[in-house]
Design a protein around this ligand. Sequence first.
Ligand SMILES: NC(=O)c1ccc[n+]([C@@H]2O[C@H](COP(=O)([O-])OP(=O)(O)OC[C@H]3O[C@@H](n4cnc5c(N)ncnc54)[C@H](O)[C@@H]3O)[C@@H](O)[C@H]2O)c1
Ligand SMILES: CC(C)[C@H](C(=O)O)[C@@H](O)C(=O)O
Ligand SMILES: [Mg+2]
Length: 367
Amino acid sequence: MKKRIAVLPGDGIGREVMEGAVRILKAVADCFDHEFEFTEGLIGGAAIDAKGNPLPPETLEICRESDAILLGAVGGPKWSDVPTDIRPEKGLLGLRKEMGLFANLRPVTAYQQLVNASPLKREVIENVDLMIVRELTGGIYFGKSERRGENNDVAVDTLQYDVHEIERIVEKAFQLASVRRKKLTSVDKANVLESSRMWREIVDKVSVNYPDVQVEHMLVDSTAMKLIHQPGDFDVVVTENMFGDILSDEASMIAGSLGMLPSASLRSDSVGLYEPVHGSAPDIAGENKANPLAMILSAAMMLKYSFDLEKESRAVEAAVTEVLNDGYYTSDVGVSGKCIGTKEMIDKVMDKLNENHAISGILSCYV
Ligand SMILES: NC(=O)c1ccc[n+]([C@@H]2O[C@H](COP(=O)([O-])OP(=O)(O)OC[C@H]3O[C@@H](n4cnc5c(N)ncnc54)[C@H](O)[C@@H]3O)[C@@H](O)[C@H]2O)c1
Ligand SMILES: CC(C)[C@H](C(=O)O)[C@@H](O)C(=O)O
Ligand SMILES: [Mg+2]
């Protein structure tokens, strides 16, 4: 299979973790006989420095001509004083919007080895496997936003959704729930927000087409509590843009660290953007401390969701799980012992992938 992949490392630890995803994908191509063509583009602060624009037209062009996009992270203190409309984060938001990537899937998996070492209660997080489905191209992130008043002393951000935007994300969430444990939690703030009341009406309407999926509505504040108290009760969680942003960073601690949470941003065809949930982590950038697993697992999501390569995707996930089971960690997951750096972790996953592939080749001779 031949596929074109846009590679946008971005800023801070973005480049360090991207190296892991690209190396792993090259190994997957070799092991499973695929051809992946990588084209690098600038985004975020790196693009501001080079082109004065966080999303240069040439980057958008590379993305439009690709079958899938990998993104590291954008932003950092270096660009804190640039005008709001050309901040690094605007490059990422612009890319999601321009590409129409409205459905952001953020799976949260409690890996057994990390559960054992977690500061959270073991019995609470053990076996947690939930999926946050975040609306990604609407809501307060994209509504009218301005400063007004005589002294610019009033700031306005607008939370707007239309029926179509809610219907398509809710439909996506029901589809996912129907092939998982058939439970959907829709999260809103319907006791305060009109957009949330419309959101609830739409969830109830769409639910009629999915009679085997159990639906519950939950307010976002109590959801934040329940994610820590009883995360095992969740299967698929669907919510609007900003609530999804906040809840997914919270949920990352169930997985052990922000450095463990991958994501896929999808639309109705197979094109997708794959990025870790974390940011550019300026506090550790350049120190070989970043956990590359969220980025590597995002690449695994790309194999599954954009290229329909289930076996290859599972091979990458298995390599990650086995490296953790062997007791290797980056420092962010809070475990002492075999604590290794970014590059060493990438090497470990590479070795495991190659080793597993060699073993399966040997075994296939006997069947
Ligand atoms: N998708 C993105 O590009 C994205 C996402 C979130 C934040 N950001 C941007 O990143 C910059 C920094 O934001 P922040 O500090 O609030 O959030 P952050 O996610 O960059 O970092 C939060 C904390 O988590 C740690 N961390 C994050 N990823 C890690 C990893 N892979 N391995 C080990 N530790 C990791 C960091 O060291 C830091 O202590 C800001 O400019 C923000 O806008 C970008
Ligand atoms: C960098 C920022 C714009 C982005 C978001 O809020 O969507 C990030 O926090 C994320 O979770 O992907
Ligand atoms: Mg976020």
